[in-house]
Ligand binder design. Structure first.
Ligand code: MGD
Ligand code: MGD
Ligand code: SF4
Ligand code: MO
Length: 689
């Protein structure tokens, strides 16, 4: 380190379990190195390979340098324009649409998780302050799981991962942390060293399964049936915790009666397991062991994803594995949603609350077409790669045709940005202020700027302020979003006395000395008080029943055709399992050659027996297709994938969502406002070229 070096604190704002603390090293105004922040109590000075590449992201030759306008959409003929020009074109359009339709509903926002920082909510703030606009709601990520947790426990909570080291058994159920959550690994390995048994339940023999003591290859979407079989066995053999069930659960008599009568044969048939597997699992999951279950997001990307999660919650409750050290079911937490998000609370003068017309983020294409009163004419896309991350790609392309102006704010000319009329260049975490919490751990971190914005880039907050200024200069009082507040002021407002106390600090700027842990119990639910109607864990949920869902947390599939996404078994018999890539974060980081050099090409992974049946040899080019579209890929064979399941590896910018259609999950509406998406209930056919 040089004497002229400046060291700054940052947070990785991606949609990732870790929300890593980062130290940035700047010399002569140039960021030259990043390191993990050793003061971050969860990520402890380590980043993932993507994070270590941040300097390359910041100075990537493909980064957008100035606002640009496209001659006509899809022409690829982009011309740099000034901010003044770009913002006034957009403002003119907003005003013109308002006069045309007499409301702001023809102005729509589609924003998701490219950056999870608090100040990025400025976009929502600006739109809310105009009046009733149109907004994508819901989540493509975790909705079904959140609702399942809500019905059973009332709130999403997780233990500190250090609690895992007290476990006798760890079950990674539909989670692949070796790829998607590497900071959890030291805790897992420490627990194993102390004697814990590690079990992975996944349709694929993943890199995480490799580390495990026991691997169960479950049929995708059938975890609920596996849990029913296990539950039946556990109760039949007295391995359940009767006292816990009586004191801390609601609906035990109903569940007991159900398990007494449900058919073990049917449960096994549905999950494709045998009695030996159930017996083996019950040895490690019973009332005498502390069992830490991690329910991953992969588990709930299915039609019955929510109900499958509830069945796993019930297993934990059956064995008394909630609230005691080294136990629990862990999906995500909302304890760290600590901000009042003042930045989103601006509304037009005289309005009671912020209102918007909701469009389902997962069914966005169809809902965009259906929204006709008024139709959407200006679409603002932020923190979102709609074209690669949303299903129904061809319908989306069609829906976008009638939108008169598409504005995308991004760092790069992504496929989504390329389809826009105007792109606005935005900043990286090294060029802006922000504050970030985690959906997985209790650490809160500040992000300070290290360098000046790259060329003409501006933060989402600055862009919102610029637009607000322009609108108000054309029509005074047109919107109420403040244009004069600094990022520090907004941050400061969020840290009221209560929050400062929870973090054990007296001023938010103390976060510049290092991330702080929110005060909360190390073991989730240790007080065994649950914010449900009964105050207990709800094995029987009236709230689920009111929402037309099975009230009981365990239930077998009655209609087996549902397992296949409602599709007939043929002509698309093979499941396309969606995977989150090790060296990407959704669509981000895919443009870093040094990170991807070892595996340049996407390929299709097939089980050798399926390949033999279809006459496919390794390296063959194969067409995979369904009613939605097709892709052509080279093949590799591996028995790590289930026989009826295929996977695309290193998909990068491949339009795999051209094969995916919107199939709602059973749950999701309650917590996120829309159903989740059963991404992994996509079925395809295969043919060798
Ligand atoms: N086929 C398929 N589809 C999927 C999934 C899948 O596995 N397969 N996964 C689903 C899941 S779980 C999720 S969470 C979603 C994720 O979907 P998105 O939230 O859309 O995903 P990202 O690719 O992380 O980010 C989108 C864009 O945000 C940009 N960005 C980064 N920082 C900023 C910023 O500060 N400001 C602005 N304005 N933009 C920024 C990035 O450059 C990127 O282009 O995708 C879902 N869709
Ligand atoms: N490197 C990297 N890290 C990431 C991301 C990324 O894209 N890349 N994305 C981030 C985001 S947005 C998310 S949502 C998380 C996701 O991270 P995870 O929670 O790990 O979830 P997934 O990777 O979607 O799926 C995990 C596993 O679930 C398995 N699975 C699929 N269907 C079933 C099923 O029916 N039953 C069972 N038991 N298992 C099933 C899959 O085979 C997969 O191995 O990761 C975050 N972290
Ligand atoms: S992508 Fe996740 S693990 Fe990697 S640096 Fe960002 S927060 Fe950390
Ligand atoms: Mo996600």
């Amino acid at each position: 380190m040089d004497i002229s070096d400046v060291v700054t604190r940052h947070v990785c704002p991606r949609n990732c379990y870790s929300s890593c603390g980062i130290l940035g090293y700047t010399r002569n105004g140039k960021l030259y190195k990043v390191e993990g922040d050793p003061k971050h109590g969860y990520t402890k000075g380590k980043l993932c390979p993507k994070g270590y590449h941040y300097v390359q992201v910041v100075y990537h030759p493909a980064r957008l340098k100035s606002p640009m306008i496209q001659e006509h959409r899809g022409s690829g003929k982009w011309h740099p324009i000034s901010w003044e020009k770009a913002i006034s074109l957009i403002a003119n359009k907003i005003i013109e649409l308002y006069h045309r339709y007499g409301s702001h509903q023809s102005l729509a926002l589609n924003k998701y998780s490219g950056n999870m920082g608090l100040l990025h909510l400025a976009v929502e703030g600006l739109f809310g302050s105009l009046g009733t606009t149109t907004r994508a709601v819901g989540s493509p990520c975790w909705s079904a799981g959140l609702d399942a947790v809500y019905y059973d426990f009332g709130q999403s909570r997780t233990s500190d991962l250090s609690d895992m080291t007290e476990a006798d058994t760890i079950i990674l159920w539909g989670a692949n942390p070796v790829w998607t959550s590497i900071h959890a690994l030291p805790y897992i390995y420490e627990a194993q060293k102390k004697g814990a048994t590690l079990i992975t339940i996944d349709p694929t023999y993943t890199a995480t399964a490799e580390k495990s003591d026991l691997y169960i290859q479950v049929r995708p979407g059938s975890d609920g049936a596996l849990a029913v079989a296990l539950g039946k066995w556990i109760v039949a053999h007295g391995l359940h915790d009767e006292s816990f069930l009586q004191h801390h659960t609601h609906g035990w008599p109903e569940l007991k009666a159900y398990l007494a009568h449900v058919s073990m044969e049917e449960a096994l048939a549905q999950c494709g397991q045998n009695m030996e597997t159930i017996q083996a699992l019950a040895q490690y999951l019973n009332k005498d062991r502390a069992v830490f279950i991690w329910t991953g997001f992969g588990l709930q990307r299915h039609i019955k994803g929510g109900q499958n999660m509830r069945a796993i919650h019930a297993l934990a409750a059956l064995t008394g594995n909630i609230g005691k050290k080294g136990s629990g079911v862990h999906f995500a937490q909302d304890q760290s949603l600590i901000f009042k998000q003042q930045i989103t609370k601006y509304k037009p003068k005289g309005a009671k609350e912020v209102t918007y017309r909701p469009l389902d983020i997962n069914n966005f294409a169809a809902e965009l077409i259906n929204a006709q009163d008024p139709p959407v004419k200006l679409l603002w896309i932020s923190c979102r790669n709609l074209l690669t991350q949303n299903p129904d790609r061809s319908l989306l392309l069609q829906a976008l045709q009638s939108v008169e102006m598409i504005v995308t704010v991004d760092l790069f000319l992504t496929p989504t940005a390329a389809l826009s009329d105007i792109v606005l260049p935005t900043t990286t975490p090294f060029e802006e202020w922000d504050v970030i919490t985690s959906y997985w751990h209790p650490w809160v971190s500040i992000n300070q700027p290290a360098i000046a914005p790259y060329y003409e880039s501006k933060s989402d907050l600055q862009i919102a302020q610029l637009l607000a200024q322009q609108l108000n200069s054309q029509i005074p009082g047109f919107c109420t979003f403040p244009t004069d507040k600094t990022p520090e002021q907004w941050i400061s407002e969020e840290f009221d006395e209560e929050l400062l106390a929870k973090l054990g600090i007296s001023h938010w700027k103390e976060l510049l000395q290092g991330p702080k842990r929110l005060e909360q119990p190390r073991t989730a639910w240790e007080d065994l008080h649950f914010p449900t109607p009964s105050g207990k864990i709800e094995l029987y949920s009236e709230r689920a029943k009111e929402n037309h869902l099975p009230p009981l947390a365990m239930s077998l599939e009655t209609d087996r055709t549902q397992e296949h996404g409602g599709q007939p078994l043929n002509p698309y018999p093979y499941r396309l399992l969606v995977v989150h890539e090790r060296d990407q974060l959704n669509s981000q980081f895919q443009n870093l050659p040094s990170l991807h050099s070892s595996h340049p090409e996407p390929y299709l992974l097939l089980h050798p027996r399926l390949a033999q049946k279809k006459g496919i040899a390794p390296g063959d080019r194969v067409r995979i297709y369904n009613q939605k579209g097709e892709l052509i890929l080279k093949t590799q064979l591996s028995s790590t994938v289930e026989e009826q399941t295929i996977q695309i590896i290193h998909a990068r910018q491949l339009p795999i969502n051209s094969l995916i259609t919107f199939i709602p999950t059973d749950m999701g509406h309650k917590v996120t406002g829309a159903h989740g998406i059963a991404l992994s209930d996509t079925f395809v056919a295969l043919a060798r070229l």
